[in-house]
Write a protein that binds this ligand. Sequence first.
Ligand code: ATP
Length: 328
Amino acid sequence: MNKISKLAVLTSGGDAPGMNPCIRAVVRTALYNGIEVVGVRQGYKGLIENDMYDMDKRSVSNILNLGGTILKTARCLPFKEDEGMATAYKHLKERGIDALVVIGGDGTFTGALRFSRKFPDIAVMGVPGTIDNDLYGSTYTLGFDTATNTVIQAIDKIRDTADAHDRLFFIEVMGRDSGAIALRAGISCGAEAILLPEKQTAVADLIKNLKEGKSNKKSSSIVIVAEGDKNGGVYDVAKAVQQEVKDYDVKVTILGHLQRGGSPSSFDRILGSRLGFAAVNALIAGESQKMVGLQANHILLTSLDDALNNHEFKLEADLLQMADILSI
Ligand code: ATP
């Protein structure tokens, strides 16, 4: 077993609700085990710019309910360069830090793995914190549940007005490479169609389905379009449909950044707490270059290499099929 005496924690990439409960768990689990904790501001940028501070038990008081991240996050291009990594390493060593917990998505993990391979004397542990739910090794990532609930609340409101006016709404949700939010929100809100990056939907089929819905006396329709859908974006799809489905008044709503904000759900508070707790315990057990993740309600370790490169991760085919059948 490696003895960890001081660890640093950072949040990186896109913010995700649940990062704060996770930071709290990392800090308090480390302190409980006699490990000092340093908070790094703005992800890898803070490592390079030496923007870090000592954290104590009270540094994480009353943050369980806060969205965003008290450590701030950033996208940091210099960390992709050898020089940036060397500067980060120097600052960590100067502070006597021997382990790093990184909370973020696949970009964050790519950086962490490269860094750890270059400087293996600093152990790294990843926590999947991204609303995209697109990492192999964790059925759910931190922030996905809250973001999906936020989307559902917004779509429910849109459904009210869509129904009142017999309108067809196209709603764009986040997910450049992942249709996870679109799929879950689509099932939860009874969307008439869900357009995802993982599955090509022909616009002609979409038009046919919407026409059928109208002839089956549907008074409103909702089509959820993930950002990464391959039909050219929500406005293009809406335009193509409006030309063919004349009886509907077509509207477009882009939910945008509101999807990232808000107080974490119970699920994300508990998941963040479990993952943060497990990350520190894994480091204490001498693990490195791994990710903690939720699998069948257990917290298990996956190598960062597998988490990044195992492309078996897919959206559940049964959910896709069910969504189609239930929305007739
Ligand atoms: P999200 O899934 O929410 O977008 P993410 O962690 O994937 O989160 P990115 O912006 O892709 O977000 O990555 C976060 C940071 O990780 C980057 O700004 C950069 O500092 C670092 N990073 C990404 N790719 C690499 C890489 N190849 N080498 C070193 N560092 C990297």
